[in-house]
Design a protein around this ligand. Structure first.
Ligand SMILES: [Ca+2]
Ligand SMILES: [Ca+2]
Length: 394
């Protein structure tokens, strides 16, 4: 059964490879990937998972400094890096560790052992994180925003000594999987007016690296410029300039992108994003320049923007449904190397982040990306001249 399934996958992969090689004029010309490597697909599919590796860290914490501030208490601990400040919830010091692992690494398990908690009685409540104010909230007291579900509870806050998340993105030009580990040396029991504090914790992280690199090494181009074809003529001097400056550059028009990506991507934005993904994998690009802003005085784009819905209405100064985000085009992969679509529930509404639903988004950029939001050829020419003059004078 499994064999049959693997065979099926191989057949599908071969079909896809043929499809890519025959319908891929842009990448077909320059890709260094050898189509004769199809045989190795079988080996890769049958390879067992790589061995589990471990990292162990031990952290010692100094005694907490308990500071009274007005009607509240603030805690400071020397070995912490920041405070967890959720709106209306207790402010808690955090020890932060960031690990950079090979791109595509999977976190298998995180275990910890902590010293016996020491209990402190406190006389006042722990201070809480403030809530962003909007115009119509200017006279309301911050006390009204206190999160009673936490403060009128005898459950420890935060719920555990340790939390973590992962991400996939660039670190100094190299694709990495990040593990962001947070240790809370103090937890708060609001109803009992108590703090639980630990002097020491040992955290053991088990992880599995990918069996083969998610992105093969390629060095065809450094910079990809994307723009509508009407700006092509005025962008060509920039391409020549960049190439002369040692930045290997390729300009692709949006018309070419849409033609190339007709089989992948549900709308123009996703087609562009998949094209950037292919350019990373086939050409090794690390930088992307988007050229194109709003068309004249309209709300349509020369080079489309992705609208996100990350700010809940109650936290907005002026109620807006959606926000432009070019981070969408830079965040190509998640921590496992899978495509980061920004629409994890597939409802064609992107980057939703509110009280009831949070889209799974990676948010760590995988290319260095910028946009010249030019509306006319004249604006393109001015920007290109400025960049060339600036870089020649440097
Ligand atoms: Ca969605
Ligand atoms: Ca990412």
């Amino acid at each position: 059964m499994i064999k049959k399934f693997i065979k099926k996958i191989i057949v599908i992969e071969i079909i896809i490879l043929f499809a890519i090689s025959s319908f891929s004029p842009v990448f077909g010309l320059n890709t260094k990937n050898n189509p004769n490597t199809i045989m190795s697909t079988e080996e890769n599919n049958s390879t067992l998972e790589s061995e589990i590796k471990n990292i162990e860290i031990e952290i010692d914490f100094s005694n907490p400094e308990i500071v009274t501030y007005k009607d509240y208490i603030i805690i400071r601990i020397k070995e912490t890096d920041l405070n967890r400040m959720d709106s209306g919830r207790p402010v808690i010091p955090v020890n932060l560790s960031i690990f950079q692992l090979p791109f595509g690494t999977e976190i298998v398990d995180i275990q910890y052992q902590n010293s016996t908690p020491i209990i402190y009685d406190i006389s006042k409540k722990l201070a809480f994180g403030s809530t962003p104010r909007t115009d119509n909230m200017i006279n309301t007291k911050q006390e009204n925003n206190i999160d009673k579900s936490v403060y009128e509870n005898s459950d420890p806050y935060p719920s555990d000594w340790v939390s973590y998340h992962t991400g996939g993105g660039l670190s100094h030009g190299i694709h990495k999987t990040f593990l962001i580990l947070r240790v809370y040396p103090v937890r708060y029991i609001p109803l009992d007016n108590k703090l639980h504090y630990i002097e020491q914790i040992t955290v053991n992280i088990s992880y599995r690296e990918p069996t083969k690199p998610i992105i093969e090494e390629n060095n065809v181009y450094d910079l990809l410029i994307l723009s509508p074809s009407k700006y092509k003529r005025n962008l060509e001097p920039l391409v020549t300039h960049k190439n002369n400056f040692g930045v290997s550059t390729r300009l692709i028009t949006l018309e070419e992108v849409y033609e190339e990506m007709y089989w992948q991507g549900r709308d123009k934005q996703e087609e562009i994003k998949y094209f950037i993904k292919n350019a990373i994998e086939n050409w090794g690009i690390t930088h992307v320049l988007l050229v194109g802003g709003l068309k004249g005085q309209t709300f349509t784009w020369d080079l489309p923007a992705r609208y996100s819905r990350v700010v809940p209405p109650e936290e907005q100064e002026y109620a807006e449904e959606s926000f432009i985000s070019d981070l969408y085009y830079a965040d190509i992969y998640d921590s496992l190397g899978d495509f980061s679509s920004w629409d994890s529930n597939d409802d064609n509404i992107f980057a939703v982040w509110n009280g009831t639903y949070k889209e799974e988004m990676d948010l760590y950029p995988d290319v260095y990306l910028g946009r010249l939001p030019c509306r006319t050829n004249n604006e393109v020419k001015i920007m290109v001249d400025k960049i060339i003059n600036y870089e020649k004078e440097k």
